[in-house]
Design a protein around this ligand. Structure first.
Ligand SMILES: [Zn+2]
Length: 452
């Protein structure tokens, strides 16, 4: 069957065809070719006639699906352009199979004003990935007075967070949740109670004791998860929990979802593929916030994905320059690269590890994050975006990824598109690779290489 539609999308790159692959459609995975004209999918089926002059993307033995959406990317611009810029971060995202990312607000200046948010959106608009912004909840991320949330929401900002730190004052968090509820936007929390964390730079336990490094207990995260779930439940507000890392957090969210609380949650690949035993090397490349945890927490995150308690894989992509990451462990900044390794890690651990199907991988890397970020439907310009996270169908804007489940590759920090090189997976062989990424009908990654 071939469906033809002739609507056009005015971003209008070349006519392209993706041939030979298995496509994730509304009916599930089907063998099909597809044609994209002027940014829109215009034909899909096994008997598609390729238009003359079409650029052909080979997808034999590959899966074609909606481009990934990252809920948690630190692009570092403005303020730390030596670690990453919007352009380099977007290129890393495209190479990782992402067609949209949400830029976190802990830049310098903070994304707490329309002026700075507009500047980031303008730069994002000409990059190789759609860039949405998470606005700060409080002015300067200081946790005191509320940022101009209504004004930022008018620019299309859907998520608000003081990520980098949690909102410490329960009264401020409650007021912000209530305000976000009224505006129909989502409050997102970096769950960390500073008083309980007490400056710990690793997980408190066997390895903090062995290494003589100050640790923070799991309860530093869980106490804020519990507080926010209570507040969101009481107010009927929508809550998104960032980078969950402990078994207690997963269990609290599981219970809250059963109780009907409007909560979604994400977890980062490093929290389901690495344990705090990696700290043995004393290498600050393994320093991240929330910290790497022991195996039973890692298993709980995996189980949280398997039963749908955790909705989304989020990278927490956090580039840092070598000068800062080479500082002594307790002085080095927390964070690790994530955009270019997230798919392979998720594919290996969760799909090859028999915890989820490939369709579910697309749910946690594309559909669910698109919905959580409000990127699943088109929004109006000048700060609009095209829809992401939709099954492949005629009439949709072509925001697509082509993955090769059979390919293997080896991580080399210096070869990644990110300006920084702080990957904790250096030298590791990965299973599954991104072959092509198509943004609004433009092939921004072809055969694993960025085209611009
Ligand atoms: Zn965070």
């Amino acid at each position: 069957m071939t469906i033809i539609q002739t609507a056009r999308y005015d971003m209008a790159p070349d006519t392209i065809a993706i041939v030979g692959g298995v496509v994730l459609t509304e009916e599930g995975l089907v063998r099909a070719d597809l044609v994209i004209e002027h940014g829109l999918i215009t034909a899909l089926g096994t008997d598609v006639v390729l238009p003359e002059g079409a650029t052909v993307l080979e997808a034999k033995d590959c899966i074609v699906g909606p481009g990934f959406v990252d809920l948690h990317t630190h692009l570092r611009e403005p303020g730390k352009e030596q670690a990453e810029t919007i352009a380099t971060g977007a290129r890393a995202a495209a190479l990782g199979g992402y067609t949209a990312v949400v830029a976190m607000p802990n830049t310098d200046p903070v994304l707490d004003s329309a002026f700075v948010v507009r500047a980031v959106l303008d730069l994002g608009a000409v990059s190789t990935c759609e860039v949405a912004v998470a606005g700060a909840i409080t002015v300067g991320r200081k946790g005191e007075s509320l940022a101009p949330i209504a004004e930022l929401a008018k620019l299309g900002v859907q998520l608000f967070t003081d990520d980098g730190s949690g909102v410490q004052h329960g009264g401020v968090a409650r007021r912000a949740l209530d305000y976000c509820r009224g505006l129909g936007v989502t409050y997102a929390e970096h769950c960390e109670d500073n008083a309980i964390a007490a400056g710990g730079v690793v997980h408190e336990g066997e390895w903090s004791a062995k290494l003589g490094l100050p640790g923070q207990p799991a309860s530093a995260e869980e106490a804020m998860v519990a507080r926010d779930l209570l507040l969101a439940g009481e107010l009927g507000a929508r809550l998104h929990l960032l980078h969950l890392s402990t078994s207690g957090s997963v269990e609290l969210v599981r219970q809250a979802k059963h109780a009907g609380i409007n909560v979604t949650a994400e977890a980062a690949p490093h929290h389901f593929t690495l344990t705090d035993a990696a700290l043995e090397s004393y290498d600050a490349v393994f320093k991240v916030n929330p910290p790497l945890r022991p195996e039973h927490h890692v298993q709980a995150i995996i189980d949280g994905f398997a039963d749908g308690t955790i909705d989304a894989v989020a990278t927490d992509h956090a580039p840092h320059t070598p000068e800062t990451k080479d500082l002594p462990f307790d002085e080095a900044p927390p964070g690790m690269l994530g955009l270019e390794t997230a798919f392979s890690l998720t594919f290996e651990r969760l799909v090859l590890g028999a915890k989820m199907s490939i369709e579910q991988l697309f749910a946690v890397m594309s559909m669910n994050p698109a919905r959580i970020a409000g990127l699943d439907a088109a929004s109006s310009r000048p700060y609009g975006h095209t829809p992401h996270g939709k099954p492949v169908a005629v009439g949709n804007v072509a925001n697509l990824v082509v993955i090769d489940p059979e390919a293997t590759w080896t991580v080399e920090g210096s070869s990644l598109a990110s300006l920084a090189a702080n990957t904790p997976y250096e030298g590791r062989t990965m299973h599954g690779a991104i072959r092509h990424t198509v943004l609004r009908g433009e092939p921004v990654v072809l055969e694993g290489k960025a085209t611009r």
